[in-house]
Design a protein around this ligand. Structure first.
Ligand code: ERO
Length: 309
């Protein structure tokens, strides 16, 4: 069975990749992704300079997912630019996640990425929920409009955005209306973790992570319905753009759901953190089996074809 697909004109062996932030902070992790069955890969969201991130413990596995308040630990943008320069783009596409702490930092980073003439595709992270004192751009619609206008004029190539989850139809409408003003926004990645959840250990009667009094982004099974809704909402509202699905994926069935909802590529976060890069081989087998059972030869036969009743 053929799981190959295309994204912005580039061939992918499979519609699977890591979610930014998972298994992509340092070179040996990125090399493992490059060697894995993932069809593409993305770097950890970077800032202008290296960051330690929040104090530990800052990630905890939950019964149906994960909670994290990493605090944007990363090696600084030049580290990932170096990686991007030596990446084998024939092997698989590389996405470059950018999460500047200020608009100027974002503009400086995308300018350097542009000057490096790297084939990597930029994913602007507008949804980091864990930098204390920084409200998510994705929830500040005026700031969202400004940053897209500024990056569109500073960066000559197509780029994408990583959005937080939205929970109100009026917000889907408003954010899509903003995104559709920018032709250079070629793809939309939905969703980032559901921000500022809280989980409790009843034995010790404490929270599970140290930063932010235990508040952190929720990932995993818990977020699948919200992720599917955001993928389908923006798929319906942004017909000129591609959607990358992220959230709640740990089986081939979840991958199939995201593709049916309109995703062109499906990212894996929490399940990748727990299982390691072999998960991509397992997801390919499980997806292929589902397609075989349903008589599908190619992904485009069902991609985006979710039926309503
Ligand atoms: C880039 C920071 C993010 C982080 C983080 O580094 O805390 N965690 C997430 O779940 N999503 C993010 O976007």
């Amino acid at each position: 069975l053929d799981l190959s697909t295309f994204f912005l004109g580039r061939p992918l062996a499979a519609p699977l990749m890591n979610a930014s932030g998972v298994w992509c902070n340092v070179t040996n992790q990125l090399n493992a992704l490059a060697k894995s069955e993932a069809g593409a890969m993305v770097t950890k969201s970077c800032t202008l300079v290296r960051r330690d991130g929040n104090p530990e413990p800052r990630y905890h596995t939950l019964s149906m997912g994960s909670i994290n308040s990493m605090g944007l630990p990363n090696e600084g943008h030049l580290y990932y630019l170096d990686y991007a320069q030596q990446h084998d783009y024939e092997n698989k596409p590389l996405f470059f996640s950018v999460a500047g702490l200020t608009l100027d930092d974002n503009l400086t980073m995308v300018a350097q990425i542009q000057d490096a003439y790297t084939p990597a595709m930029v994913e602007i992270n507008l949804s980091c929920p864990n930098v204390p004192g920084k409200a998510q751009i994705g929830y500040d619609f005026e700031a969202l409009d400004v940053i897209l206008a500024e990056i569109s004029s500073a960066y000559a190539r197509p780029f994408g955005v990583k959005l937080p989850p939205y929970f109100d139809i009026a917000h889907f409408d408003e954010v899509a209306e903003i995104l559709n003003r920018y032709d250079k926004v070629a793809f939309v990645t939905c969703i980032n973790s559901i921000g500022n959840g809280l989980m409790i250990d009843i034995n010790s009667e404490t929270v599970l992570i140290k930063p932010k009094q235990g508040f952190g982004g929720i990932g995993g099974e818990y977020v699948l319905p919200t992720a599917l809704a955001n993928v389908n909402a923006f798929y319906r509202r942004c017909p000129e753009k591609s959607i990358i699905g992220c959230g709640g994926v740990s089986t081939g069935e979840h991958v199939f759901m995201h593709l049916l909802a309109g995703a062109s590529i499906v990212q894996v976060g929490t399940a990748l953190y727990e299982e390691g890069v072999d998960i991509f081989a397992r997801l390919k087998i499980e997806l292929a089996r589902i397609m075989q059972q349903k008589g599908y030869q190619k992904i485009e036969e069902y991609q985006g074809k979710l039926k309503t009743i």
